[in-house]
Design a protein. Sequence first.
Lengths: 284, 319, 312
Amino acid sequence: MIDKTKELERWAQLLRYDVVRMISNAGSGHPGGCLSAADIITCLYFKEMNIRPEEPDWPDRDRFILSKGHACPVLYAALARRGVFPVKKLKTLRKAGSFLQGHPEIHTSGIDMTSGCLGQGLSVGAGMAVAAKIDRKFYRTYVMLGCGEMNEGQVWESVMCASHFKLDNLLAIVDYNRLQFDGSVDEVLSPGSMVKRWKGFNWNVIEIDGHNINEILPAFEKARNTKEVPTVIIANTIKGKGVSFMENDYLWHSLMDRDKLAEKCKQMKKDMENADSFYAKRLW
Amino acid sequence: MYKLGDSIPTRNAYGDTLVELGRKNDQIVVFEADIGKSTRSAIFGKEFPERYFNIGVAEQNEMAIAAGAASCGKIVFVSTYAVFASMRACEQVRTFVAYPHVNVKICVSHGGITPANDGVTHQATEDLGIMRTIPGMTVIMPADAVSTRELVIAATQWDGPIYLRLTRDGVPVIYNEETSFKIGKGILLREGKDITIIAIGDMVSKALDARDILSKQGILAEVIDMHTIKPLDESIILDSVRKTGGVVTVEDHQVECGLGSAVSEFLGENYPIPIQRIGLRNTFAESGEYELLLKKYKMSVDDIISGCFKVVGRKKKKR
Amino acid sequence: MQTASMRSAYGESLVEIGQKNKNVVVLDCDLSKATKTSLFAEKFPDRFFNMGIAEQNMMSFAAGLASCGKIPFATTLAVFASMRPCEQIRTSICIGNMNVKIGAPYGGLCTGENGPTHQCIADINTMRGLPNMTILAPSDATSCKACVLWAAQHKGPVYIRVLRDNEPVIYSKASEVDVLSGNRLKDGNDIVIFSNGFTSHMAVVAADLLEKEGISVTVHDIISVKPIPEKAVISMAKKCGAVMTVEEHNIYGGLGSAIAEVVSQKCPVPMKILGVSDYFSDSGSHQSLLQRAGLTVENIVKQTKSLLNKKE
């Protein structure tokens, strides 16, 4: 377990580097929410999810929807690092002609659904889970939501729906970094008790530290073993995690200072090269 | 199955056809937003409960769920009322159905003012226009029960999203079962030489009535059933207007953005001639009996006739 | 060439009308820094409501405010101000002709890099079918201000499409701008170009180039897509005998469509509708997306010439 943890931590660090590099290169994007999600995305794509990088459309694969679609750079990075497409493509993010769109779209290899217009991903995930039930297939559907996104009424429509249909093959993950575009979730539209809300809709609720791999993986396992009800993981995270000046600063929801980010990018590269030979051949 | 002249709500034909399709194809799945008895999808639900999901009064959720199921290979029918599919779930249709181009067939009852007595909130008179401007959408309204059956069957074979609009109240059956229908191909119902009437949905039978009266007054009108408003059948329009030189469009919809607008855009760029648009003139209608509403809002057979006279007059002036 | 940001003008104009009229309230869906309603929020915190990411709720909420005599400016990105809460706008606002103003920055392709989910080429059409709605698409910061001032005076729903970047300045004073009839930016006889938004400036540059080749072009900036200034449109179509429309919108349902409806009814003449040809665009700079759509000075020049060949 210890070795696996260490390995996943290294991949997560690499994804963080990719995100900073991609957004710095693109000149726009949303770093804060990518970094808060990086550890969970790593655990999903490097351990939990059953996918075939060489066959991204494999019908029996597990599905993932990044309902908080603006954080797609971290997802693109995970897909590239798993070999769904070449890592060098990451530098085309948000450029004309690239398949790496500013928000995820279904035509990109490895992306299971268009998203980015907030509040809709869990509904889509419920549809996928229903399809699996009809077909008696065993693939699971994972949906990551942002906490700001949960302002949308549609989220609660889908929450009710998933428990009503007993979608135990659906896992929702809330990246609970407590910040949205205009400020903290409490300042913008107080969410009340996140745990109680989901419990009220009869979900199995697991609360974890979303940056601790030794909490993330067991939560996934518990979810898999829970029958008859859907599970939500409330992952307490830090927006901008891993880049000191971004941490817990809502202004870094989107790119604030390109030069500062470019500077950070160089610094990260240097530090990572020195720290571990694992990174040396993988940095760009 | 349906007799010429019988008055049948096209939603009934939709429900019957769904069951027929469900028996042949186990990939067909139906989602409903709590009004299955009204949209007639409940008939399908009764026979195939394992492929029928009532999502509750949550149309946006319904649309996105449908997109998810379609992305896994299902042929998905979404049932609700036109107002809620096109407007409540407008952005979901755009972002999750049209943009990913998934196989979701949105079949909606209560199109136009056919839910007459239900009132404005349930009368969708902007939906065709809204759906038409979303890239990748195919937008259809069949004229009667026979064409509804044919076009719903065609929809299952069509690659990509479809918006198909149905009537709540009865409309006369105008086709016999030998007529063949293709999505995107209009039907030349009557030939003529003086003017072309292009109609859609419940207004097609009104256009035929108008044509009968006009012919007694010396005007021979060509009548086209433009059941697919997008993609628009450009060749049938061009062939017709080259003969007639004038057009009246007739739709149970706002005169802005819908069929009249699509025809005006096309002919403006390709064959500029006088056009008169019949439909709701930038107003919400109200609750009331269907025929009375048509009269009050200037969409009746008489209004189609006077529209034709206007265009024929303008044609003469031009010469 | 002087440029100014339309969305800044939007935010500043809100402050201006907020000072004059205490009934003006501003709502935003968690994007106040981007939409510039933050300017109003700083000045009048008691009359500013951050609704969170819940556009549908915002529109119905605004209708409630309006019913109590307030003049709400409900603001969010164009796609979320038109399509997401479409039915709420219809049901809560338009059916009752409520005095709600919808401010919609980031219309058209100007969100560029954010990709098609956040670009909006269908907003004008989505709103245009709605009875009682007025749709304004200003072409620069000055006319944007004029639209906000006009909307605050007008009783009934108004949708104002605002752009994001620094746009060339066309008008020097807001009082010069005729919001309803539109404004003649250039006078000519061979063809009339109706445009709005970012493309009006392009149309003027194209007309100047065409003039050097002996082609005389009228450019009319149509700010109000609904109601469309029918009289002005007809008289110019009659005078010039050929009509081109240019807009940052789908070729279906927008300005081109509104002009086609009027022209075909009253004086059918050859037309060309320039815009996004019914596709979802992709991520890229605003300029590159305009290029792909053929919304460039060069293409306007080219299309004008080919349209002239069709004139009788």
